[in-house]
Design a protein around this ligand. Structure first.
Ligand code: DGJ
Length: 726
């Protein structure tokens, strides 16, 4: 009777999935199975060896290899490529040993000739249906080898179907566009070569054949890495689809000196039979449990409502002007006041100051403390913007250390936004930043840091690098993580936000250090709405900062803007000094309502709902101690259909079918609830929705809404306590 673990095959189970690998007759590590859970080991297909096809393709190309090194007649994308000291450029791996216990599997290979050890690692995250993968490569010889590609994983999906690849693309001000395309033979490359992760492509991906939000098989994954990365989705001539992913090998080399190891970025991959929503839930639940820093476990501390100064003040900040905003913000119910760019020495425009992290003596003659204390006295915490990886040529730091920037000595470094990038691969630069920022963070009661990065790399040189200068792509990111980790330890009460000109650094690597993400500088609510919904495919709402601002078409009412911000981490970036009593009243109410429902948005699960073109709706569900759905909040928006429009019925999801729930509309004062063009009888008939129904009643019967143009609704469902059904 075979057991899950044999000398040559290993099975990882999660709650609902099985991932099985094994050595085939040729000794290659191949994917045996990845999909719906199979409890009977005999049901799992054996490790296949397809041998040779004519004189053109061999088992390297034909078999579904778990981690192919470039070796022999292998023409699919390899995961590993290494050049030996004698110039030999392929890597022939032979199985040595494996260790599999408690969901952790390590399979060790060695090169048949060279002193090279390759450990392929798997970690099954049981309750989340995710497999984490990474690889360690070690030089056990005396001479240096050079790694030219070391991906984290190759994910093989079942051979045969023509898959649909979904992924997120964009650019500054236009991130989070969902792409969906059928893969055809060849390689589709998604990547970053910019040193940051994600303005243009995000490392999140999914594959399916005919899934939708609610149903169907979906394989998905992402990378825990905040620098250059590549994902190659390949369809071979032999009907196999595979996703090879890891740190980008473009311009990459890593010198593996004697005794030195290289650990790849970690990758997550998952399978669900519950459609795109199921895939989001696996990632979100796992992120909530494992990734957020302990100090800010999302269920312990609600993410504070914040005000940010950028869109109203830009660089023009001082104690007096910021206090004016702070007083109004506090009155509206804001909990965290964040001063953005412009506060430090010489920073009147973006041409100077980056690098000198001391308060500007003209704007803040007594430092930051007076403002921080004023904010505190108003009942809020104080936060600050910094951009520590950057330096303006017009700064003391650059004048003292021009050699600290990333550059090629013989080339003129390109300025973008008048700034250069400090080389965080250098230990002295890391140590300097840790010390400087530590001093800054001690100088006032600072509880939030917005960590920005406003340009991409160019001339990626590292003069005097201890290894190959192309190691900068890896050592920079590790240096950044080290700085953030050290500062996190020293300042455990600070909440960190990752920003890179909006959503340029949104990934699960940075989320280990920064629990909030600024997903875009585009705060136009109608454009923001689909961006936010798409972001939620990859990341939980508890990480997504969403501000109400003045950007965009003035026809879009404040109520709509407030509602868009309520399904993330709520913020205000609008000029609240210009708001009249009605606007303040509306915002005050929205913030109070948000505080009542934020635990559902942040701790609960998201369901993106089917709606006709022109509408967007989603709901979040939270659970009681029995893990039963106990509360939900529904958001519904109508964006761009001129009045009159047909009524919309929203069908929430995720409720317990037999449980009774009450429904309540969270009304905003002074809101124009639209519906122009409907006569009042129709309105009365359709807009009658409050009451008590079972989960099934609400989910399948639906909730009728009348939404006018740019109209929106927030509705709350609450389980009726036992014995209290009336
Ligand atoms: C880019 C960010 O995305 C903005 O929110 C703002 O912080 C500016 N940088 C400040 O320079």
């Amino acid at each position: 009777m075979p057991t899950d673990q044999q000398p040559d095959s290993w099975v990882l189970h999660t709650e609902n999935t099985t991932y099985a690998v094994g050595l085939n007759a040729a000794g290659q590590l191949v994917t045996r199975y990845w999909g719906r859970r199979l409890d009977r080991v005999e049901d799992i297909p054996p490790a296949q060896d397809l041998g040779r096809w004519a004189s053109f393709s061999d088992r390297g190309t034909l078999n579904q290899l778990e981690y192919p090194a470039y070796a022999g007649p292998n023409y699919v994308e390899p995961a590993l490529k290494i050049t030996q000291p004698d110039g030999v450029r392929d890597t022939v791996l032979k199985f040595e040993s494996a260790d599999c216990e408690e969901g952790l599997l390590e399979v060790v290979f060695r090169d048949v000739h060279y002193p090279l050890k390759v450990s392929i690692n798997y970690w099954a995250h049981f309750g989340f249906d995710l497999i984490e993968r990474w690889v360690e490569v070690r030089n056990e010889g005396d001479e240096p080898m050079v790694i030219e590609r070391a991906y984290s994983a190759v994910w093989n999906v079942p051979r045969g179907p023509q898959y649909r690849l979904r992924h997120l693309t964009g650019k500054w001000l236009d991130e989070w566009q969902m792409q969906s395309e059928r893969l055809t033979p060849g390689v589709k490359l998604l990547e970053s070569r910019r040193l940051t992760t994600s303005h243009h492509h995000n490392p999140w991906w999914s594959l399916d054949v005919d899934a939708d939000e609610e149903h169907g098989d979906v394989w998905f994954g992402t990378l825990l890495w905040s620098g250059n990365w590549a994902t190659r989705a390949e369809v071979t001539g032999f009907y196999a689809t595979r996703v090879a992913t890891g740190i980008n090998d473009w311009d990459f080399a890593y010198r593996l000196d004697s005794g030195r190891s290289f650990e790849t970025a970690h990758a997550w991959g998952g399978y669900t039979s519950k459609g795109y929503t199921g895939a989001s839930h696996c990632l979100h639940d796992h992120a909530g449990e494992y990734l957020m820093p302990d100090r800010d476990r999302r269920w312990d501390h609600p993410k504070p409502v914040l005000f940010n100064s950028w869109e109203v003040s830009t660089f023009d900040v001082d104690t007096e002007s910021q206090t004016r905003y702070a007083e109004i913000a506090a009155d509206l119910g804001v909990e965290l006041f964040v001063m953005d760019d412009g506060w430090f020495k010489g920073r009147t425009i973006d041409k100077a100051g980056l690098g000198d992290w001391t308060p500007d003596p003209v704007k803040f003659p007594d430092g930051l403390s007076p403002l921080a204390e004023r904010v505190k006295a108003l009942g809020m915490t104080f936060g600050l913007w910094i951009e520590p990886e950057m330096v303006n040529p017009d700064s003391d730091l650059y004048r003292n250390h021009p050699d600290w920037i990333i550059h090629f000595p013989t080339r003129t470094p390109s300025e973008m936004r008048d700034q250069y990038i400090l080389n965080l691969a250098r230990l002295d630069v890391q140590d300097y930043l840790i010390a400087e920022l530590d001093t800054l963070l001690k100088s006032a009661d600072i509880r939030f840091i917005k960590w920005d990065m406003n340009r991409n790399v160019s001339e990626p040189g590292w003069p005097d690098a201890p290894g190959d200068p192309r190691e900068i792509w890896v050592e920079y990111v590790k240096g950044l993580y080290r700085v953030l980790e050290q500062l996190g330890w020293r300042h455990p009460n600070i909440v960190w936000q990752s920003c890179s000109g909006g959503g340029g650094r949104a990934d699960y690597g940075i989320l280990k250090y920064a629990e909030q993400i600024w997903i875009s500088d585009n705060t136009m609510p109608t454009r923001r709405l689909p961006m936010q919904v798409n972001y939620l495919h990859a990341f939980p709402a508890s990480t997504m900062e969403a501000w109400v601002t003045d950007m965009g078409d003035p026809i879009v009412p404040l109520s709509f803007r407030l509602h868009v911000s309520m399904f993330g981490v709520f913020g205000i970036g609008a000029d609240i000094t210009k708001w009249g009593d009605a606007e303040k009243d509306m915002a005050r109410t929205a913030i109070a309502q948000y505080k009542q429902i934020r635990h559902i948005v942040h701790n609960g699960r998201v369901y993106r709902l089917q709606t006709p073109e022109g509408y967007t709706a989603l709901n979040f569900v939270d659970y009681d101690t029995q893990h039963l759905p106990s509360e939900a909040v529904i958001f519904a928006f109508r964006t761009h259909i001129p009045d009159p429009a047909v009524p919309l019925t929203v069908y929430p999801r995720g409720l317990e079918p037999d449980r009774l729930y009450t429904l309540e509309t969270l009304e905003l004062p002074h809101a124009d609830t639209g519906g122009h063009g409907f006569d009042s009888d129709l309105r009365a008939a359709l807009d009658l929705r409050e009451g008590v129904r079972t989960g099934a009643g609400w989910m399948y019967g639906g909730i009728p809404l009348l939404l006018g143009n740019f109209d929106s609704r927030v509705l709350r469902l609450k389980a009726v306590e036992e014995g209290n059904s009336e």
